[in-house]
Ligand binder design. Sequence first.
Ligand SMILES: Cc1ncc(C[n+]2csc(CCOP(=O)(O)OP(=O)(O)O)c2C)c(N)n1
Ligand SMILES: [Mg+2]
Length: 456
Amino acid sequence: MASRRSVSFVGRLLACPRSARQSYAIAQRRWNASISQRPGSDRVLFPGAVNSEFTNTLAFARPSEKEAMPTYRILDQAGRIVDPDCEPPNISTPDLLKLYKDMLTVSILDLIMFDAQRQGRISFYMVSAGEEGIAVGSASSLSPNDPIFAQYRETGIFQYRGFTPQDFMAQLFATRSDPGKGRNMPVHYGSREHNIHTISSPLATQIPQASGAAYAVKMQNARDPTGEQRVVACYFGEGAASEGDFHAALNIAATRACPVVFICRNNGFAISTPTLEQYRGDGIASRGVGYGIDTVRVDGNDILAVREVTRQARELALEDGGKPVLIEAMSYRVSHHSTSDDSFAYRAKVEVEDWKRRDNPITRLRKYLESKGLWDEAKEKELRSETRKSILEAYRQAEKEKKPALRNMMEDVYEDLTEEQREQMESMRRTVERYPNEYDVSSYEEGLGGMRPSGQ
Ligand SMILES: Cc1ncc(C[n+]2csc(CCOP(=O)(O)OP(=O)(O)O)c2C)c(N)n1
Ligand SMILES: [Mg+2]
């Protein structure tokens, strides 16, 4: 009777989706692990380490004696395919050119806006210099419907997903067209339309949020197996990976099997702290392995390699009902950390100059395109001048645009304004009214009237 019942249970199980079968296998493994070893077995089934062989050699695992995880690349620094026997990269010419144009656009936007901050036109800026390939290359292998959580040096994902110069400028100048209503510092973009969650300043907060979103996506994928199967992508710097949030996020994603592709940009610095002082292990990749997560390290200056690694990571993340994957993309932060930083106070200028000369994702792809006859100096000049022109046009328009009404500082914090918020808004309005020469609010929508609650 019992065996008949178990046969029908197995039958039912086999009819289940693969993810349910996997959960059963895990449960079975747990059950086995709780039983003591069979006589003569060469390994014990401890519940906490289920496949560990016995040894009578006492040896500490010494990571310093292990080889570092290799770094995958397709193109070398001269833009040549490293292994000519390999299949050529599977990418159409228009797609290849889009990668190049998007990287170049980000770098031109960065130059213009860095200067804009120096001229006092915007309050703050952060460039992606040297790391454009990581954002653009990885975004090109995601579905536009995959939700993204990012840090702040991934402008390329916004560019790739269709942000226009006007979209960038609305946020940077905090105009009334900014979907964030001017509440965030510059470069903290967000876009519901493009499925990119708004950038948060507190480091690493986006990582557990991404694991949670991936758990929701996992359930949506299971509920609608014939619909589009999505993953979540989550970007962060190697410095952010020192936060507790990083560890909690990776562990929960691993144990709950969440389809999330973690993309760490390892650019050698967390502001002034070099990686040598941040950790002793083998980068961030070794931590993925520690959490039981499939992990790969890639040359972040090789956009084709980043694209290919992300494509495969996305496929892996959707296997067996979902699981996390970690990509560590190696690069070098060519720029100062932000407009508030002077990196020559803690690193030699010659080191930066050397990196600039030696390697760069944009020049690497350009060399490759030139070798294929797809790019030349005339095309480069034309693209640079067109891009500059359209960015400057949007810049000038945004400078003239009104800022959001001042009530937006207080509204939307709670569903309705609280009594205290009403009093504060009223008190602010009276102060501004009394000192018009000190507080010019004419550049804000509705001027002084914008300090009354909506609908009043
Ligand atoms: C919780 C928290 N601690 C400190 C900071 C200040 N801070 C801003 S960026 C940064 C460095 C982050 O380095 P990394 O994650 O490697 O990113 P990168 O700037 O190199 O792209 C620090 C310490 C912060 N924003 N949030
Ligand atoms: Mg860093």
